[in-house]
Design a protein around this ligand. Sequence first.
Ligand code: IMP
Length: 424
Amino acid sequence: MANIVVFGSQWGDEGKGKIVDMLAEKASAIVRFQGGNNAGHTLVVNGEQCILHLIPSGVLHAGKKCLIGNGVVLDPAVFCEELDALAKRGIDVSSERLMVSKKTHVIMPYHCAMDVARESAKSDGKKIGTTGRGIGPCYEDKMHRCGIRAGDFANKELLREKIEKALEEKNVLLKHLYGEDPIDAQAVYDKIEPYVDRLVPYLGDVSSAIQEANEKGGMVLFEGAQGTHLDIDHGTYPFVTSSNTVTANAASGSGCSPRALDRIVAIVKAYTTRVGGGPFASELFDENGDYMQRQGGEFGATTGRKRRCGWLDMVVLRESVRLNGPTELAITKLDVLSGLKELKICVAYKYNGKEILYPPQEQNGMAYVEPVYETLPGWDDDITGAQSWDDLPDNARDYLKRIEELSGVPVGLVSVGPDRAQTF
Ligand code: IMP
């Protein structure tokens, strides 16, 4: 059965969790391949809300294997908290169905301290607005080749040694550069130790587990986190996250061949949002933006921050299509736009006196573009009960058709509300 990759085509928060949850029904395994608990996937099942930050959204489906790949950064405290919260709801979180790659890097308390210290030291306008979850510093250690991997938890002596070594350098920075108190290695070890024995039974070979699922004829679903324009290479650098969020990383972040990625689903919010700092060409500062923020309940699932809102940006989406190769689009939150008189779509940017169809590649170039809009009529009807294309008003269908034309990719799924059932 063809494997599926789901990715965010904008700046994250496109509603991936819900679509992953839906597609998970047919999967035999669901794997996360990048990011960490900076993500927040909000799911509503039978009217009950569940927010997951780390464990794949597919966990809500009984019997599915949930895998955390090598490309993820894992905070063991958050992992254990999520295990407990899910177990309380009666969900099976045994090591029979949940696996963490031995190669996954672990977020330590000093990564969070570095993340927060760095952000506080930046002046306004330079702040990235990170989630403060230690994501960047953990990936830095991975590249610096001094990171702690989940597999190291099986060797407490090695773990202790690595903590001590890491702190030699971090404490110099914390104390002398950021004016913070140094961190004691023993205190870090004591804080982490309760999670060590809990994590070890979950350690495994995710790469082999994917292969095995495929060999048995099962489908593997790759669950992306964040969005393409937060990608460390291709996003609006430096206002990005620290991992590759593009679909190519589904292969290297989990340990499979790129040839294993068959169907690629781009999650596209019907408008655009962004949390944290960084340029956002189609951002709105008027009543239309307030309307989207209110109707869409646009608050970050991880930090609770208000999300910035704006019109759908096809320049951003066109770049996502080029980078990720989607076979279809899943349009989410279309219902949020009901009630707006007119809808604008940003079709190009004016930049340095020219009209461009792709984002500029200079650092922060997007901060200097002027959006070029096309205007379409809105609709007033409540579409939250729509179950098919035919149930949508003409103007909503025209909006979707225009997205297909401008992106060159067919719309395969439409979501008109938070519940599993509000999708066709
Ligand atoms: P970090 O990933 O915590 O380092 O944050 C870097 C940037 O990515 C900040 O602007 C965050 O707001 C943003 N970010 C990280 N994770 C998410 C997410 O899941 N959704 C939306 N934005 C995110």
